[in-house]
Design a protein around this ligand. Structure first.
Ligand SMILES: [Zn+2]
Length: 407
């Protein structure tokens, strides 16, 4: 058994302990000491990090009565050594802020609204609780009210106390849990009557130490409401980022922060309208190119077209042109869209054309740079711009020989 010092003395971050055992789990060195101030992961709260001697501890877990310190690198100590341990105070404070915020939040939801907290998770980015509520039960106004209420209780700076093995726990515990955790019943209370719950975690000494609490929103998981929140420095960082981002958006759109949302909505509407207009123009241009191109159909049944990339709306333009060529006449379209020395090639056929484009001779297909591929109706690839005319001539000869053998 490891003696858990944090339980008796939550403020303690430094300690001395004797190394009981060194292990390896999945090739990571793990140390067990006879006592520790490190909080081992449990109850939704991650384990503490810090140092044993000079060796960093990345996290702490609990297994069968023992706290396991997960080490970063090989330790300089051996079993039997007496070493100094130090918990990372910033990580401890951050975890205590999120965790105590959860106690306060769950207590307010339970006391005033009869809402049970089913589970709690303290994440690297944000934390969440799952509530015994269904989608639609909690309106935005309701959640705003709860968020305000939590922050008011923080400002009142109500003491948070921990009692080991209390005399009469069952009647005053939230959730009626009298379960012993890690071999002891530990009751965490906020004020005289705000909350009492059985918990093995680390907490702030008063609600004031939690700092601001910010709700991030809700989602539905397995039919229950999951509420995301931040507390303390995390909430402060979140507000700071939000204020900065809003300021940047306002200055980019040339408006004040109060009008930024309205301005962005208008810009998005305008953008949608421009997108629709641009699609119409793309279709018109494709129809126009198809109309001017078709009269140039040669005797072999080949249509050749070359465009510079800056003159057409995109790489899809040849396909759109093909869609506007007469579907009841046989033709094969060979189109290039050039950008510098290279050209994107599209080979498309009329629905009235019998030639399977994947059956075009290999010598021709190789000209597509070996990177082309497609279906009997359309092949796409790339080649050197300067090879295009030679390739078109070769394709034309192939189509002519086919006409000759057909005739
Ligand atoms: Zn707790």
């Amino acid at each position: 058994m490891t003696r858990l010092l944090y339980s008796e003395d939550p403020g303690r971050l430094e300690f001395t302990a004797k190394v009981v055992r060194l292990d390896r789990i999945e090739d990571i060195p793990v140390a067990v000491t006879d006592r520790t101030a490190f909080f081992p992961e449990g109850g939704g709260q991650p384990g503490d990090s810090g140092w044993l001697g000079d060796t960093p501890v990345t996290t702490t877990t609990y297994d069968d009565g023992e706290a396991l310190h997960w080490l970063e690198g090989e330790p300089e100590f051996r079993p039997g050594d007496v070493i100094e341990g130090r918990v990372d105070g910033e990580v401890r404070r951050d975890h205590a802020q999120q965790h105590t915020a959860q106690h306060l939040l769950s207590a307010l939801l339970y006391n005033a609204h009869d809402l049970d907290t089913l589970s709690f998770h303290l994440g690297r980015e944000s934390s969440h609780i799952d509530l015994d509520a269904s989608p639609g039960d909690l309106s935005d106004e309701f959640l705003d009210g709860v968020e305000t209420e939590v922050n008011l209780r923080v400002m009142e700076n109500i003491p948070v106390s921990v009692t080991l093995a209390p005399g009469d726990p069952p009647t005053r515990l939230r959730g009626k849990s009298t379960e012993e955790i890690r071999g002891e019943l530990r009751v965490v209370e906020i004020g005289d009557a705000l909350d009492a719950s059985a918990c093995c975690g680390t907490h702030t000494r008063s609600t004031g130490e939690i700092g601001p609490v910010a709700f991030l929103g809700t989602t539905t998981v397995r039919g229950r409401i999951r509420l995301f929140f931040l507390a303390g420095s995390r909430a402060l960082d979140h507000y700071r980022r939000g204020i900065r981002d809003l300021g940047n958006i306002a200055s980019m759109t040339g408006t004040g922060t109060g009008e930024a949302v309205e301005r962005v909505e208008r810009l998005l509407r305008e953008n949608d309208a421009l997108g629709d207009r641009s699609k119409l123009l793309e279709v018109s241009l494709a129809r126009c190119h198809a109309q001017t191109l078709f009269p140039r159909l040669d005797e072999s049944g080949l249509l050749r077209a070359r465009w510079a990339s800056e003159d057409v709306p995109g790489a899809d333009h040849p396909r759109m042109v093909a869609a506007h060529l007469p579907a009841d006449r046989p033709w094969i379209l060979l189109a290039a869209v050039s950008e510098g020395d290279s050209a994107k090639i599209t080979l498309a056929r009329s629905p009235a054309e019998g030639e399977d484009l994947t059956g075009v001779p290999l010598s021709i297909f190789r000209c597509l740079g070996g990177r082309g591929g497609g279906t009997p109706d359309m092949i796409r690839g790339a080649m050197e711009s300067s090879d295009f005319e030679a390739f078109a001539d070769e394709l034309r000869s192939h189509l002519e020989s086919r006409t000759d053998s057909d005739g």
